[in-house]
Design a protein around this ligand. Structure first.
Ligand code: F0G
Length: 458
């Protein structure tokens, strides 16, 4: 039996959730064009669509929001956030942004020219979308084991350093305006990146003079994996590990909706002063003055408190154990997942669960639909719909190596019984797997199609 660590908090505010009737679920899904993004949230029982902005804030965060300063420029809230930013991330400059993709947009707009390449372990969809929107070519250079769902390695999010070096040599430094890494690697199972790998990536980028930007969405969870798994870090605190990680980079983009445990917020941080001047000007044009960046003062205060709470060891111990509990319980039930479990989500291997559905018929979409129909559960397809694309050079349709369905666990929201219910629903689906069919796309936009695509069952 996988073990469950009791929540290191108790509940003092509740929000009712309901499981609507099977016929109502079928009607709701059809009306949404079989895209789970199109469902009304009130028609969902357990929502694993994302861990982004869906966390429960603490009483300290709510109290800080009440004491916020809503001045347009130079608010106390900004300086409280700045003190925390300096303490954890330590970059010379930062601006708040309304969320992660706003930071990505500014960075891509300022640095990326059409035809240029941007290496990373794996880019997440919004990063990829923002880079492609400027004509950039996001390139994933993750270690090979990441594509083997059953490979149990400690740091499955690590970049392949030999591949990175060869890639830079082939592509030429002039064609690489920046290099990135995503911690943890959301597009590949929420797997952590080791400090050793961050150090090696940093050294290679430095050697070639390529600015190194960390996508820091889940930095606290990554830091705790380093503490648990990497030799030499067992006695360090998560904040010490975080400081070391960011000392290796030239900047970071962050969606604070993850490890800031806020409903909205993010930042863009860089050491380079000239680049920062341009960032500020761009921010003023699109987001707001540099001391609020499209957020209210109260959002800045919630972030400042949230970053520190996300680094609390008791919280992180429970957080990683909760996700592992769901993952190990599914494995016991014979449901294939990406192993080992990551920090923020469990990724089911839809091709392995539904081997009778060819990848072109979207097994991940079929599993996401099945979860809702069978149990009122919402989970996100991160497979052929999310990551399939047309190659700009050849015009060929490229299918991703994995067809995954992600159950992202909102922070401090669901309990053990919600996870047990989820396992029961998946057992029922697995027991009648042969009865499920694939899907066909009837509408799709050019970029990030999974959010608004429409489907038809086959
Ligand atoms: N980078 C990573 C690794 C992410 O996971 C996300 C968002 C972003 C950037 C963009 O941040 O949403 O604040 O603009 N991921 C969410 C998810 C949406 O569900 O994984 P954002």
């Amino acid at each position: 039996m996988p073990t469950y660590i009791p929540e290191p908090f108790r509940i003092k505010m509740v929000e009712p959730i309901h499981l609507i009737e099977p016929a109502a679920r079928a009607a709701a899904l059809k009306a949404a064009g079989y895209n789970i993004f199109g469902l009304r949230a009130e028609d969902i029982f357990i929502d694993y669509l994302t861990d982004s902005g869906t966390g429960a804030m603490s009483h300290h965060q709510w109290a800080a929001m009440m004491a916020a300063d809503e001045s347009y420029a130079g608010a106390r809230s900004y300086y409280r956030l700045k003190a925390v930013m300096d303490d954890i991330f330590g970059f010379k400059n930062f601006v708040p942004t309304h969320q992660g993709r706003a930071a990505e947009n500014i960075l891509a707009n300022l640095l990326v020219q059409p035809g240029q390449y941007i290496p990373s372990n794996m880019h997440f969809d919004t990063t990829e979308g923002n880079l492609r929107a400027r004509g950039g070519r996001p390139t994933n250079l993750i270690r090979a084991e990441a594509y083997d769902p059953q490979a149990r390695v400690d740091f499955k999010g690590d970049m392949d350093i030999a591949k990175l070096r060869a890639f830079i040599e082939e592509t030429g430094v002039a064609n690489i305006p920046l290099g990135m890494i995503t911690i943890t690697n959301n597009a590949g199972g929420g797997q952590p990146v080791s400090m050793a790998n961050l150090r090696a990536v940093s050294a290679v980028y430095k050697e070639y003079g390529i600015p190194f930007i960390i996508d820091a969405c889940r930095f606290a969870e990554n830091a705790y994996f380093i503490k648990l798994r990497e030799p030499g870090y067992a006695d360090k605190t998560p904040i010490e590990i975080a400081r070391e990680m960011f000392s290796l980079a030239d900047g970071a983009t962050m969606s604070a909706k993850k490890d800031g445990i806020v409903n909205i917020g993010g930042f863009l941080a860089v050491n380079n002063d000239d680049l920062f001047q341009r960032i500020r000007n761009e921010l003023i044009l699109r987001e707001g003055f540099p001391t609020y960046g499209g957020l209210a003062g109260r959002d800045l205060d919630a972030m400042a408190v949230g970053f520190m709470e996300a680094l609390d060891e008791r919280y992180l111990e429970y957080r990683l154990a909760q996700t592992a509990y769901l993952g190990e319980s599914l494995l016991e039930a014979g449901i294939p997942i990406i192993e080992p479990p990551g920090a923020h989500a469990i990724y089911m291997d839809a091709k392995a669960l539904f081997p009778h559905i060819p990848q072109t018929e979207l097994p991940g979409q079929a599993l996401a639909a099945a979860l809702y129909l069978e149990g009122g559960i919402r989970a996100a397809e991160l497979g052929t719909v999310a990551f399939g694309y047309t190659d700009p050079d050849t015009g060929k349709e490229i299918l991703p190596a994995l067809d995954l369905v992600r159950m992202a666990i909102p922070r401090r929201v669901y309990t053990q019984s919600h996870l047990d219910y989820t396992v029961e629903v998946l057992k029922r689906i697995a027991a009648k797997r042969a009865s499920y069919h694939g899907y066909r796309i009837t509408y799709q936009p050019r970029l990030m199609r999974h959010f608004t695509a429409q489907f038809e069952p086959l």
